[in-house]
Design a binder for this molecule. Structure first.
Ligand code: SF4
Ligand code: SF4
Length: 83
């Protein structure tokens, strides 16, 4: 699954630089996860890095974005890793 940020987000921006896939950015009301770029950190880390740092625990698994580890790995392989 990709992760998603709920409206409990306080826009502290701590998570944004932690994402190895550059999947997090400021949205209309609060920070958002681009599900096309979020691999649950598969390919980089054992744990979702954004969840580790969020002070209000408002980053959750998106139940509408169910993906297997293999699918997440395939997404990782499709991403550009130029940075
Ligand atoms: Fe980025 Fe990892 Fe959080 Fe997904 S789980 S948004 S890849 S830090
Ligand atoms: Fe929002 Fe949590 Fe990210 Fe801060 S760390 S911007 S509260 S999602």
């Amino acid at each position: 699954m990709a992760l998603m940020i709920t409206d409990e987000c306080i826009n502290c921006a701590i998570c944004e630089p932690e994402c190895p896939n550059m999947a997090i950015s400021m949205g209309g009301e609060h920070y958002e996860v681009d599900p096309e770029r979020c691999t649950e950190c598969v390919g980089h880390h054992d744990q979702p890095q954004c969840q580790q740092v969020c002070p209000v625990d408002c980053i959750i698994l998106d139940p509408h974005r169910r993906e297997s580890k293999d699918e997440l790995q395939a997404k990782f392989d499709r991403l550009d890793h130029a940075s």
